[in-house]
Design a protein around this ligand. Structure first.
Ligand code: NAD
Length: 237
């Protein structure tokens, strides 16, 4: 049997952190969680897994790969820890600043990492479809409408910006609209419009486990790679 990949979950008390913890406990997950980190912790150990507060990050035990679904204010510390320990990083934290994105790019010369605004397979395919549509529909209006739950802090969503960047590289000039309502997990509509016709490409997430599954899958592949930045699409196979 393969040795399980040792995972550190950063942002463990959040919605994504909890999904990662639950899925990594499944017998066929191929992972073992060695520790978790949240902004604050109430208990030192839950179900045999040591819990650390963000202020105690330097004390976490050894791990193969850190999975980070936290907030931009927590990102610099987990990136620094992975660099110091020479360990891989998988991050889905959105709303990173240009300086944080630049730090990520610089870190990829030293460690293997994947940052993605969306870890679902469906969105990886949507990305390809948007690129193709933008190439073929030169001069059409391109609008991206994203909808999320009311607690989401960044807007437009990281996924909307990634899709928009794919469209822009193919010549489109995307415009964005954001809706924050109820408990919507995540919807992205990319619409190409010309006089008399319209194409709508849409992805709807109905369960956030798709992102956690994708992140665990990527973590198990990226940790053994040489230093570099890897896209989800390269590692999902
Ligand atoms: P959440 O608010 O439920 O959880 C945030 C977590 O981050 C909590 O555990 C909190 O304790 C922790 N945290 C906050 N500040 C911290 C700090 N300074 N240091 C360490 N930990 C800190 O959020 P969520 O819904 O779980 O989403 C987390 C992030 O993942 C967000 O940026 C969200 O946009 C993103 N997200 C990405 C994907 C994807 O596929 N890439 C999917 C869903 C959510």
């Amino acid at each position: 049997m393969k040795t399980p990949v040792r995972i550190l979950i950063h942002g463990s008390s959040g919605r994504m952190g909890q999904a990662l913890l639950r899925l990594s406990k499944q017998p066929d997950s191929g992972c073992v969680v060695v520790a978790t980190v949240a902004r604050r912790v109430a208990l030192c150990v839950i179900d045999g897994v040591p819990q650390f507060a963000a202020s105690e990050l330097a004390s976490v035990p050894d791990f193969d790969v850190a999975i980070d679904f936290s907030l931009p204010e927590g990102f610099d510390a987990i990136l620094a820890l992975c660099l110091a320990r020479k360990r891989a990083l998988v991050s889905g934290t959105t709303g990173l600043s240009p300086a944080q994105q630049a730090a990520l790019a610089a870190a990829s010369t030293q460690i293997a990492l994947t940052w993605a605004s969306n870890f679902s397979l469906g969105v990886a395919v949507l990305h390809d479809l948007v690129e193709r549509a933008a190439v073929l529909l030169q001069g059409w209006d391109c609008d991206i409408v994203e909808s999320h739950h009311t607690r989401k802090q960044d807007a437009p969503s990281g996924t909307a910006l990634t899709l928009g960047s794919a469209a822009a590289q193919a010549g489109a000039q995307p415009h964005y609209a954001s809706i924050r309502a109820g408990d919507i997990i995540g919807e992205h509509l990319v619409q190409f419009t010309a006089a008399g016709e319209r194409i709508e490409l849409v992805h709807r997430a109905s369960n956030r486990d798709i992102f956690a599954h994708g992140a665990l899958h990527v973590a198990q592949r990226v940790y053994a790679k040489p230093a570099g930045r890897y896209r989800v699409g390269e590692l999902l196979g």
